[in-house]
Design a binder for this molecule. Structure first.
Ligand code: FES
Length: 566
């Protein structure tokens, strides 16, 4: 039996004559200067995502050279191809809306082009989950290369890193603690190098979880973007992609129920981003694996927070790297993990952790299991009539004094309403009220932006109020902090109860009971439901229409219904 074709002889363009198709392809490939010898080799595709609108990926040209070096030295032909790149702060209304578009782009290009294995180069917030979703659906041999985090900057002797410090200084500015000149000066010091945000925000969280899942080389998640080790990791990733050619180690062997639980454990132990729940759910969903928020709570009750990075602690990703990185953390969690989960190197997680030398670990950044930063995991899911399909609270970044509380709702019906009234001196609001934001979920026009970190009303901020209970169907940046209930599902725009909350209603939050309830009777609720119509218009055309028609709730990872496996 003849061997299946490899390299550019794979997946021919259909002209009705296979030999002609190959002849034409080789001819056109030669126009790029490739020799016959090169065109006989297997091909490693490189999903390449630099963009003038993505500051986090500005070092990708240099990383690409290192990946190619690794591929060539290992005997294959590296061919990069562009996909959509999502620069977190350059997208309107929010990058999450386009994550599924990037996932589709990645999946289809991996499948349609003559690729024997693929290196996925991502870093900024939504890029890594999008590439993993695409890779799982395409199910060709694939390995992630993380772009790496930024280094910190300095302001008046203090270390600064995007973007927990962006929010901290902005809050100080709003409260009148620093002036316009200083906030403008700080603007140029928050993000000073290539790489993704410097704290344990969404990008860093997803990088760490990629390593916990086993989809990138061990030890590579936390290497700073500008560190020489990052280039060596790129070279090694290229070489590994060549090893993956022809192997059966496809993403479905790595992204499994067990590796997902390992990733959830890691998420809880790093005090990671709430966004990661949505992304993990979406990635797992592509493999047909459900992620249950009840299970998250079980894991949360038995997983301590061990990593001391902002926004829940003090350090930055460069400290995590120097402290021992994910290897050191996973070794601390070893008895809680599924050690038989397979990783991209062909080793199980247990083999990998066993082979890692137990080097020096900076215990100010990665705590020992018996001396955790927090005894319980960083995230907790809440349920109740307000969130029958769940809501998320990052308890490690919240004020525990606000955990068992009943409060009066101060309602904002949309982002525009919030912007218009939050700083109104006449706003009827007290420090122990609950701020409620409606119509900011996945089905809303704003497509679930990171708006759940509602600002403290100026009249309270200037009196020194730093935290309040805030409830919404929005997300929150992984770099943010506060007593913030997010991802309320179903969301207001799809008819959830959150849309029926009115000013003055009483809401009860109990983190102990994992509950969030609106304290009004069913008769009144029914009356409100009868007169409240979720105001979502389906756009007439284009991606916006596809998004509106297909997007699922946060409990299904905000994926598109038609992209889930049948
Ligand atoms: Fe890219 Fe924060 S802006 S990770």
């Amino acid at each position: 039996m003849s061997k299946p074709p490899v390299g550019i002889a794979n997946g021919l363009t259909n002209y009705g004559d296979r030999d002609f198709s190959l002849y034409l392809r080789r001819s056109f490939a030669k126009s790029m200067g490739y020799s016959n010898a090169m065109l006989e080799k297997p091909v490693v595709g490189i999903a390449y995502t630099p963009s003038g609108f993505n500051n986090c990926h500005r070092h990708f040209p240099e990383l690409l050279e290192a990946v190619k070096r690794g591929v060539l030295a290992a005997g294959a032909l590296p061919l990069e191809f562009p996909t959509i790149s999502l620069g977190e702060v350059f997208l309107n209304p929010t990058s999450l809306k386009f994550r599924n578009l990037m996932a589709m782009d990645t999946e289809e290009m991996v499948r349609a082009q003559p690729i024997d294995s693929v290196v996925l180069m991502g870093g900024c917030d939504k890029t890594v989950p999008a590439q993993l979703m695409g890779a799982v659906s395409a199910n060709r041999p694939a390995v992630m290369l993380i772009g790496g985090p930024m280094m910190t900057g300095r302001h008046q002797g203090e270390r600064l890193g995007a973007c927990t410090d962006c929010r901290r200084f902005w809050a100080k500015y709003r409260a009148g603690a620093i002036d316009e000149q200083e906030i403008n000066e700080i603007e140029g010091k928050l993000a000073t190098t290539a790489g993704s945000c410097a704290v344990m925000g969404t990008a860093s969280t997803m990088a760490c979880l990629t390593e916990a899942l086993g989809m990138c080389l061990p030890g590579t998640a936390a290497i700073p973007a500008v560190h020489a080790d990052r280039l060596r990791a790129a070279e090694a990733t290229g070489a590994l992609a060549v090893q993956l050619i022809g192997s059966t180690l496809t993403p479905d062997k790595i992204v499994t129920q067990k590796s997902m639980e390992n990733a959830l454990r890691a998420l809880l132990a790093i005090g990671g981003s709430t966004n990661a729940i949505i992304h993990l759910t979406a990635i797992a969903g592509r493999a047909g694996i459900p992620v249950s928020l009840q299970r998250l709570n079980e894991l949360s009750d038995t997983t301590p927070v061990l990593v001391n990075l902002k926004p829940v602690g003090n350090g930055y990703m460069e400290d995590f790297f120097a402290a021992g990185g994910m290897g050191a953390l996973l070794r601390e969690l070893k008895d809680l993990l599924h050690l038989d989960a397979m990783t991209i190197t062909g080793e199980t997680l247990g083999e990998r952790l066993g082979f890692d030398s137990a080097d020096w670990v900076d215990r100010t950044i990665i705590a020992e299991r018996n001396k955790p930063l927090e005894p319980l995991g960083g995230l907790v899911a809440l349920f109740g009539n307000l969130a029958p399909r769940g809501a998320i609270l990052k308890r490690s970044a919240a004020d525990s004094n606000l955990f068992e509380l009943e409060g009066r709702a101060v309602v904002f019906t949309s982002l525009a309403d919030l912007a218009a009234r939050i700083d109104d001196p006449n706003l009827d609001v007290e420090a122990n009220d609950f701020l409620v934001l409606q119509n900011a979920g996945p089905h809303s026009e704003s497509a679930m932006p990171e708006a759940g970190y509602l600002p403290i009303p100026k009249k309270l901020a200037t009196k020194g109020v730093k935290d309040m209970v805030r409830i919404s169907d929005a997300r929150m940046s992984g770099t943010a902090f506060g007593t913030i209930v997010l991802h309320v599902t179903p969301d207001s725009a799809s008819g959830g109860l959150l849309g029926l909350v009115r000013n003055g209603d009483r809401i009860k939050l109990s983190v102990k009971d994992r509950s969030i309830n609106l304290l009004i009777d069913d008769v009144e609720l029914k009356r409100r439901a009868a007169v409240t119509k979720p105001a979502v218009e389906v756009p007439s055309r284009g991606y916006a229409r596809l998004y509106q028609q297909e997007v699922l709730g946060a409990d299904e990872g905000c994926d598109f219904a038609f992209l889930k496996p049948r």
